[in-house]
Design a protein. Structure first.
Length: 191
């Protein structure tokens, strides 16, 4: 089984980077807006950047992820409650990943997306982050679980043959076998 190493590594690295930058980002945003909205804006920024990575891996247009992100942003504006936003984040991520960037038959992906969304969000919910540092760790854990998507479903755009340069003697042997098998077939058909 070949594994798409680039999306896996990048997702894990992105989660780690998101976790490390969450504290300064959320504290900086907290000076401008109240805490629940600062949290939502920070998480929305991470989701938007990850959406851009997904679009890049799938060679789709960046404009295709605007509608899911606008829907997510619309949940933050009405009130101070962040519960709807936090419930919608994994769904929007699944929509961008399986619906827009890597669309394939729906049935197997629904189960995996539900498992990953519940697994990632469940880890964060069980962990109950109450400080920016705990939220940073929660972000890293969430993206760590999300990287499993690329273990289960390898994107077609990331499939690369692991080729090792063929030795010149091996190339000569293969050409000789090809010539001999062509000659053998020619003689078998004429005789």
């Amino acid at each position: 089984m070949k594994i798409a190493a680039e999306p896996i590594r990048t997702t894990i690295f992105f989660g780690l980077l998101g976790g490390l930058t969450f504290v300064p980002l959320s504290l900086g945003l907290n000076h401008c807006v109240p805490w629940p909205k600062a949290l939502a804006l920070a998480l929305g920024c991470y989701l938007a950047v990850y959406g851009i990575l997904l679009v890049r891996w799938s060679a789709k247009s960046s404009l295709q992820i605007i509608i899911p992100l606008l829907l997510l942003g619309a949940t933050v504006l009405p009130g101070q409650s962040i519960a709807a936003f936090l419930l919608l984040c994994p769904g929007v991520l699944s929509w961008m990943r399986s619906g827009i960037c890597f669309p394939t038959p729906v049935v197997p992906k629904i189960g995996v997306e539900i498992l990953l969304a519940m697994g990632g969000a469940g880890l964060v919910a069980v962990f109950r982050p109450s400080s920016p540092i705990a939220w940073g760790l929660g972000i890293w854990l969430f993206f760590l679980v999300q990287s499993l998507y690329f273990v289960v479903f390898e994107p077609a755009t990331s499939r690369r043959e692991d080729t090792i340069p063929t030795d010149s003697f091996e190339q000569a042997r293969l050409r000789a076998e090809k010539i001999l098998s062509a000659e053998f077939r020619r003689r078998g058909n004429s005789g």
